[in-house]
Design a protein around this ligand. Sequence first.
Ligand SMILES: [Zn+2]
Length: 332
Amino acid sequence: MIQKISCLAVALGAVLLAVVFAEDKPKEKEPEKVELPAMKFDDVREIAPGVFFRYSSISATDKTVPFGGSNNIWIVFKEYVVVIDANFPKEAGDVLEAIKKTTKLPVKYVFDTHHHGDHAWGNSVWAKAGAKVIGSTNCARLLKLNGPDEWKKEQDKKDGRKDIKDNELKLVDESFDETHVLDDGTQRIEFLFLGHAHTPGDACVNGSFNFMGHSNSASWIKVMEKAEKLDVKLVCPGHGKVATKDLLGLQRRYFAEMRKEVQKGIDDKKKPEEIAAGLEMNWYKEWTGKAAKENGDNVKHVYEELTGKIDHSKLGFRDVPGGLTPTALKGE
Ligand SMILES: [Zn+2]
């Protein structure tokens, strides 16, 4: 039985999603009970045969928890390994060491779910280890357009990351528009681009980790709906714990309810801060441990979207002529 993994390159939005598909079985069955692994930060678990998940440290509420970059997944094929997300350079080295404890095979590909530093800046570390970098067309474009300036800014920062000072930016080697498949008869990965979400690159986190600065919330909802149609057993989010498929619905509900509340506030002539202060959404706090009203930046982003102040075709591209590729805008 082929182990099927799908990585949703929901480009613009801090979310890689690796989903482990349920094995082929007739539809309309009772949903299978799935046991989720209890994991501590930096733990590695084999969540499906030959599929490993590393849980990186992060907290939306506890400032003493250091940010360990993105989660990572690696899939062991017959002759090589594929890694999901490059992470930062320092963490890329940590992940490489963790991989060596699970297999002697070389890493052939690393997949950037999107262009943000915690997902793509470790590319040079993987390249030195012999890997090719793959990503969606929009991820590749955003990294090429924004990467050099953002990298330099971090290098010039007094308290900037040391691993950025000591490494160099590496761009995507091979990109794809909608789908890219790796299949050797034992494992199968389908990289799917479902539309603009967190960035024109990716889509799902587990917890209060939704940076919305490069997002399109209306399109993000549609992307989650598409992801929910997949036959999914486990969701390995870009940040936060491994979850069942329910996570996709929670993620969608957050944006859908927030858009409704923000629109109500706009109709009542409220300011974004007032709208944020009135956000109840108790279920969100139950899920993430953080109240929705504390995510003022997200409310502001949706406010600006709904009042026409954001041109999604330019988001993350600054004033580069052409903006996003037509593919990225298709999901809108
Ligand atoms: Zn991101």
